[in-house]
Design a protein around this ligand. Structure first.
Ligand code: NAD
Length: 328
């Protein structure tokens, strides 16, 4: 099959594209290569993908409405996996506009592309655990009513789900939204806690732990996240029922880990004694995320395999394998 993968130079997009290529598929990758974090890292990911003759890359901004409509070979695309976005909850406090242009206008561009293509490709898109907002539920199930949004990022992901629902109802576009829960691992994101903790632990600097460490996260190892995306993308018999063309799934590990478990895993994997600098709550952070993953397990055989200690161990091994990564 031929897949269009948006955000292919990003963390999840790169890993999903690699897995699709390894499975023998063709990938048309697009990304704006924006400078939210190291463009060098994005280019390194891209260089890996470009080793495959079944991969082609187009640098474009999804917020330009016609960018996808002018994509060479667009009529051959069987399925779209939309992973491009302006990510990062905290960054949205000081830089709100890219969230609306990339996440809302960009999502609309992808929906319009699917609507206008004669083959009406199936769309799998990234949502986020952030859509649950400030929730009082200990385990988050897909049908939970969202609490108040904790950030503009969360609002844009809620808007994406609503736009997708409207496009499915209006035009019958088959869609699956995946609510990712804190994905981490090799080739990851330098703005996320596991990367910052690792860099600081190795440099002998104290780790800033927000809300005095009183937070829990459902951490999803990248290989498990990729397995979830591919299970949905490559399913032979789709779980979608007639008349139910838009479905949403949690994609997490199904376990909530206290933040201190992440600190301990980083200390253990780096072999360093770490100092913790406790910090107050940061606006935008929610206290706890924990995914109910039973729907994805039942419908697509999803079965996460990698626990936090093993996953952080693999990340730290990767991080330490290339000394240039410390400068990113
Ligand atoms: N990583 C996580 O923990 C996590 C959790 C929840 C949801 N998500 C969602 O999963 C998706 C992938 O996240 P990621 O961690 O790989 O992020 P990432 O920032 O590493 O990748 C996103 C990529 O999209 C590209 N991009 C941004 N705006 C664009 C635009 N307007 N046009 C074209 N390309 C654009 C960026 O250059 C980047 O390479 C995003 O939708 C994100 O919101 C991620």
């Amino acid at each position: 099959m031929t897949f269009l993968v948006t955000g292919c130079a990003g963390f999840i997009g790169h890993s999903v594209s690699m897995a699709l290529l390894e499975a023998g598929h063709r990938v048309v990758g697009v990304d704006s290569l924006n400078a939210y974090y190291s463009v060098t890292l994005k280019r390194l990911r891209l260089a890996q993908l470009l080793k495959s003759p079944a991969f082609e890359f187009h640098q474009l901004d999804l917020a330009a409405p016609d960018a996808l409509m002018e994509l060479p070979g667009r009529s051959e695309i069987d399925q779209v996996i939309h992973l491009a976005a302006q990510a990062g909850v905290r960054h949205s406090m000081d830089n709100p506009f890219p969230y609306v242009t990339s996440n809302v206008v960009g999502h609309l561009s992808v929906l319009e592309f699917c609507r206008r293509m004669p083959r009406r490709p199936k769309l799998i898109y990234a949502s986020s655990s952030s859509v649950y907002g400030v929730s009082t539920q200990s385990v988050l199930t897909e049908d939970d009513v969202a609490g108040p949004p904790a950030s503009l990022y969360a609002v844009t992901k809620q808007a994406d789900e609503l736009m997708s629902q409207a496009y499915s109802s209006l035009y019958g576009i088959e869609q699956i939204g995946l609510r990712f829960f804190t994905v981490y691992g090799p080739w990851g994101r330098p703005d996320m806690a596991y990367w910052i903790f690792t860099r600081k632990a190795l440099a002998g600097e104290p780790l800033d732990v927000f809300n005095y460490g009183d937070m829990e996260r459902d951490f999803t190892y990248i290989d498990d996240a990729v397995a979830g995306v591919l299970a949905v993308a490559l399913a032979e018999r789709d779980a979608i029922q007639v008349g139910d063309v838009h479905r949403i799934y949690n994609l997490g590990s199904g376990r909530a880990e206290p933040l201190h478990n992440l600190v301990d895993a980083v200390a253990s994997a780096t072999g360093r004694n770490v100092d913790i600098a406790h910090q107050p709550h940061q606006p935008g952070d929610v206290m706890r995320t924990c995914a109910d993953i039973s729907r994805l397990c039942a419908d697509y055989g999803y079965a996460p395999k990698i626990g936090l200690n093993e996953g952080i161990g693999r990340f730290v091994d990767w991080y330490m394998s290339d000394e240039d990564l410390a400068g990113i």
